[in-house]
Design a protein around this ligand. Structure first.
Ligand code: ADP
Ligand code: MG
Length: 255
């Protein structure tokens, strides 16, 4: 996109960030992908465009459902203008099924699973559950609410608010995905504070970079087929192809 009138701010693992003359941020969604805290890296055709369009799709749905977000508009197919926020230094994870780092931590003996939850990838977590990790440390590390409060990152009421909001986001996306034949296994979101102290949804939502999406027909047969970044993490296919398939399935939801 036109870089005139834009001031370069920084580059994250997947997005380049600029500031516009009006003080908003402009995300440029790139084709970069990383996993395992940046240790595995690559680039895939179309990734930026598909991720941007999917994030735009879900931000609009969130706004329609009363979830406050930083989204303003997408001026091009790979860029998004958002309100600049003070990012809460905690990543918020919602889990509907056992997968990813949750399973790894269980197998390493670091955690116990909730009562009655199976120990396989894909075991359901009835009612879902929330987890928090650090955001601005070299390696994301799980943190409990006591540490979040003790560090002054969020107070008790803010944690409750964010928990409610994240559960609602889960319910909205999961429900919308039913007609596309996709299961939302888990996802990560970030929140930020506006200058007047309101906490709103930041970064991106509902993208295959930040969610685990499984094909429901395969899942019902006992097979997990991922349409998300696990394709890259586990080296089980071409990420462009998986993201394109997800995008095409979402077309059914009028993306
Ligand atoms: P990361 O490597 O941290 O995942 P990304 O490539 O996803 O980075 O780029 C987005 C960065 O911008 C993240 O660090 C995220 O916390 C930050 N960010 C997201 N939304 C906002 C916002 N509204 N204001 C300021 N920073 C934001
Ligand atoms: Mg990111």
């Amino acid at each position: 996109m036109e870089k005139e009138n834009l001031k370069y701010v920084s580059s994250g693992k997947a997005k380049d960030i600029y500031e516009s003359s009006s003080g908003n941020l402009v995300f440029e969604f790139t084709n970069r992908v990383t996993a395992f805290d940046g240790k595995k890296k690559s680039e895939y055709d179309e990734k930026g465009e598909i991720t941007c369009k999917i994030a735009e799709h879900w931000f609009k749905i969130m706004e329609k459902n009363g979830i406050p977000t930083h989204y303003i508009e997408c001026p091009t197919s790979t860029s998004m203008i958002v309100k600049r926020l003070d990012i809460v230094p905690v990543e918020v994870i919602w889990r509907n099924y056992v997968a990813g780092s949750f399973l790894r931590r269980y197998r390493a003996g670091e955690i116990t699973l909730p009562e009655g939850v199976g120990t396989e990838e894909g075991s359901p977590i009835p009612g879902g559950m929330i987890e928090f990790t650090t955001k601005f440390e070299a390696v994301d590390r799980p943190v409990d609410t006591d540490e979040i409060i003790a560090n002054g990152w969020l107070n008790k009421e803010e944690i409750e608010y964010i928990t409610d909001l994240t559960k609602t986001i889960n319910d909205i996306i999961s429900q919308e995905l039913v007609s596309s034949g996709i299961i939302l296994a888990d996802f990560k979101v970030e929140y930020g504070r506006t200058p007047d102290g309101q906490i709103i949804l930041a970064d991106e939502v509902g993208t295959p970079d930040g969610c685990r999406f499984w094909k429901k027909d395969d899942f019902d047969k006992g097979v997990i087929t991922s349409l998300d970044k696990d394709v890259f993490r586990k080296s089980i296919g071409n990420l462009s192809v998986a993201y394109r398939e997800l995008f095409n399935k979402l077309q059914g939801t009028n993306i």
